[in-house]
Design a protein around this ligand. Structure first.
Ligand code: NAP
Length: 324
């Protein structure tokens, strides 16, 4: 089978597509023919050796996928050949077939296509965990989303709306904000033109945002925190801007707010049933049309470098998907 391989740390152009042996399902595993593998920003880091997970070489990037079960190993009862599934592996999905523990797989409804299904797990999974389990977002609260047109940002807009919040989208261009508005954002802030603290105070009438969802970090985190409401929750989701901000702790004291870490991979490992319940909810909302699962572009495996360059250059709105 064909696999996109990282054989040494580097950039997207250092990856290669190679022939490797087909996988065989061990006990408790299923082999899945991958119809779509979704990429995330962290794939640009994992291939450069700059991510918290450092797989043994050679490995394939691609944390999540959707496809059809081809065979199952000993002891597998809940899945059979022909079932349509999505799955999360952390890395290794950008190849024609994967062997995955069945606990990492969930059946997908017929109404859900493979391209959208492949990209639901990480972005919407992280964000439902963040907004529901970590921030306990309530209907009527204000939710500010930084990097609002990116993968997790788009998920935060859509899930925020489903949960009844007023959503303030913050992004670096008017095109990205128009995209955020199409997906339900109520208020728009272009942080390339306006200080995020002043803008958040302005659109909330001086009160500040109840929940701030920050997958960007860098120069935006501290100004955003300075515009959080009393008893607000600041969600630390990621650092796409590259720099991990150092926050003065007196801000948490003065605002009476919580700074809340979000580590979705840790949640999946510690609470697999909670994760699967969240995923089933996400798929239901997607089928009902409440979540878009928007895919910007589908690339063949041989064009993976183009997809990864687009992610690194801040050019992706929603998701990019590889079709092995
Ligand atoms: N905590 C968790 O469990 C968890 C789970 C999944 C992802 N994450 C993290 O969340 C972050 C976003 O992931 P994603 O897949 O949604 O990424 P994405 O689709 O590439 O979106 C990231 C957004 O960050 C903004 N950004 C600002 N500076 C950037 C830069 N120098 N390079 C790239 N983007 C920049 C961009 O929006 P603007 O141009 O509008 O600023 C972009 O839309 C990553 O750091 C990822 O590791 C964390």
């Amino acid at each position: 089978m064909k696999a996109l391989l990282c054989t040494r740390y580097g950039g997207p152009d250092d990856l290669s597509v190679e022939d490797i042996p087909d996988p065989v399902a061990k006990e408790g595993e299923a082999v899945v023919r991958v119809h779509a593998a979704a990429l995330n920003f962290f794939d640009t880091l994992i291939i450069a050796g700059k991510y918290q997970t450092k797989p043994a070489m050679p490995f394939s990037p691609g944390a999540e996928f959707a496809g059809v079960v081809e065979s199952v190993g000993l002891g597998v009862r809940d899945l059979k050949a022909g079932d349509r599934v999505l799955g999360y592996l952390g890395y290794g999905a950008a190849r024609e077939k994967v062997a995955a523990p069945v606990a990492r797989l969930v059946k997908i409804p017929d109404a859900l296509d493979f391209d959208r299904a492949a990209g639901l797990c990480v972005t919407y999974g992280t964000t439902l965990h963040a907004l529901k389990d970590r921030a306990r977002l309530r209907g009527g609260e204000t939710l500010a989303v930084l990097g609002a047109s990116g993968g997790v940002g788009l998920a935060a807009i859509e899930l925020g709306k489903v949960m009844g919040a007023r959503v303030i989208a913050c992004a670096s261009s008017d095109d990205k904000l128009a995209f955020a508005k199409q997906h339900g954002a109520d208020d728009l802030i272009n942080y390339a033109n306006e200080d995020v603290k002043d803008a958040l105070r302005r659109v909330t009438g001086g009160k500040g945002a109840d929940v701030i969802y920050d997958p960007v970090g860098g120069p935006y985190a501290e100004p955003a925190l300075r515009a959080i409401a009393w008893k607000g929750r600041f969600l630390v989701v990621g650092f796409a801007a590259g720099e991990i901000p150092k926050i003065p702790l007196n801000l948490a004291l003065l605002k009476g707010c919580d700074i809340v870490g979000v580590f979705w991979g840790g949640f999946v490992d510690r609470d697999p049933e909670g994760h699967r319940a969240n995923l089933r909810q996400i798929m239901d909302w997607c089928v009902e049309g409440k979540l878009s699962g928007h895919v910007q572009t589908v690339y063949p495996l041989t064009d993976a470098a183009t997809a990864l360059h687009a992610l690194a250059a801040r050019k992706v709105m929603g998701k990019v998907v590889l079709r092995p």
